[in-house]
Design a protein around this ligand. Structure first.
Ligand code: HEM
Length: 350
């Protein structure tokens, strides 16, 4: 999910302040219209406050609970291995569109039972809002969502879109607009975020082969490595909140938007000693890469699982690579200038 664009008036920074603000949904509300240049509906359950938030969240939870994700283990591993093997036949290609995005989209296709749509999802690129070119535009995503909504109304497929279209919220079936709100975040949430995870892991292990050897010889470190990569890469660096809920409000103040900085929490030196170093042995890693409080990422188990499977498959293939000069990385300013904000292109040499 790309960061929602809002004209923010201030940032909330630091591990404690970020967690406190994320818990305090009365002061810092999610009742806001993000991406207003490309959509007019709310992303759900993202842009709605408790207690209503809970209705959408609990209806979607069964899709993302651990047992549902764990059933996909063999299929994720098989797909990841196939895609890595294919990529290595011509490793001169950019990792982002040719390896990371396909891995992530195939995993989503497996979980959602929509493998037939994976080629179409990949064709949109890592960010659903730039599927047609550099200009932000929602038409490709919305045409897809409206099409699968129509299908779900007429065909008893029983797949994930059918289940969502027939879900009941407060005793009534979700509307076509609510369906857009749910499906858009289900397709965008684990997309550029997971692509950054896969690219970031290849980048780090390519530059630090000793860490790769350590994970091969001590596979019990994979779980702490997953958490450390999440902390360090913080794929969603910040999210907006509004100090005045927007629904039904008139005279909304221009300075209502606040950014809650997950990245400042994840690099808070009071909580994470030597924060700009990737330490795959780091313990008690209370990162906020998935946020905190009621809106904590619903895809967190899926994301952790995908990263773990990727690491296991990658390490089992036991090949060496280095990072090529054509790689393009946008970094944070100031004290985080060693940390990647966006990995735009990643080229490896095998
Ligand atoms: C490494 C990968 C991921 C990261 C870092 C990430 C990060 C986040 C963060 C920080 C939030 C909280 C936003 C807020 O507080 O306003 C969030 C919410 C959400 N994420 Fe993720 N996410 C990831 C993967 C996924 C995946 C794989 C999915 C599903 C396919 C997903 C779906 C969602 C949804 C639906 C929400 C809204 C939850 C709510 O409002 O209750 N995310 N994610």
């Amino acid at each position: 999910m790309a960061v929602v664009k809002l004209p923010v008036s201030r940032f909330i920074k630091g591990h404690k302040a970020v967690r406190d603000a994320l818990r305090d949904t009365q002061t810092y509300s999610s009742d806001l219209q993000g991406d207003s240049d490309v959509r007019t509906y709310r992303q759900l359950p993202l842009e709605v406050d408790p207690p209503r938030h809970h209705l959408y969240r609990s209806a979607l939870a069964p899709i993302f609970v651990k047992p549902a994700i764990e059933k996909c283990e063999a299929a994720f591993a098989q797909s990841t291995k196939r895609l890595l093997t294919e990529f290595l036949k011509d490793p001169s290609r950019d990792v982002i569109p040719h390896l990371a995005l396909p891995i992530v989209m195939h995993n989503l296709g497996i979980l959602y039972g929509r493998e037939k749509d994976v080629t179409e999802w990949i064709s949109w690129g890592p960010d659903v809002w730039t599927a047609t070119g550099p200009e932000r535009d929602g038409s490709v995503l919305h045409a897809y969502i409206d099409r699968v909504y129509e299908e779900s109304m007429s065909i008893e497929s029983g797949d994930v879109w059918h289940r969502i279209a027939h879900m009941e919220i407060e005793g009534r079936q979700v509307s076509a607009i609510e369906f857009r709100g749910i499906v858009s975040v289900m397709l965008a949430g684990g997309r550029d975020t997971m692509v950054k995870m896969i690219a970031g892991i290849l980048l780090h292990l390519g530059n630090n082969p000793a860490d790769k050897e350590m994970l091969i010889s001590e596979p019990e470190l994979i779980d702490s490595a997953v958490q450390e990569f999440l902390r360090y890469l913080t794929p969603i660096p910040w999210m907006g909140r509004t100090t005045v809920p927007e629904t039904g409000a008139t005279n909304l103040p221009d300075d209502r938007y606040v950014n809650i900085s997950f990245v400042s929490g994840n690099f808070d030196p009071e909580v994470f000693p030597d924060p700009t170093t990737i330490n795959l042995r780091r313990e008690r890693n209370a990162h906020v890469a998935f946020g905190f409080g009621p809106h904590t990422c619903i895809g967190n188990h899926l994301a952790e699982f995908e990263v773990r499977v990727f690491l296991q498959v990658l390490l089992a293939m036991n090949f060496n690579w280095s990072i090529s000069a054509d790689t393009a990385i946008m970094r944070y300013p100031d004290e985080l200038s060693s940390v990647p904000l966006v990995i735009e292109k990643l080229f490896i040499t095998v």
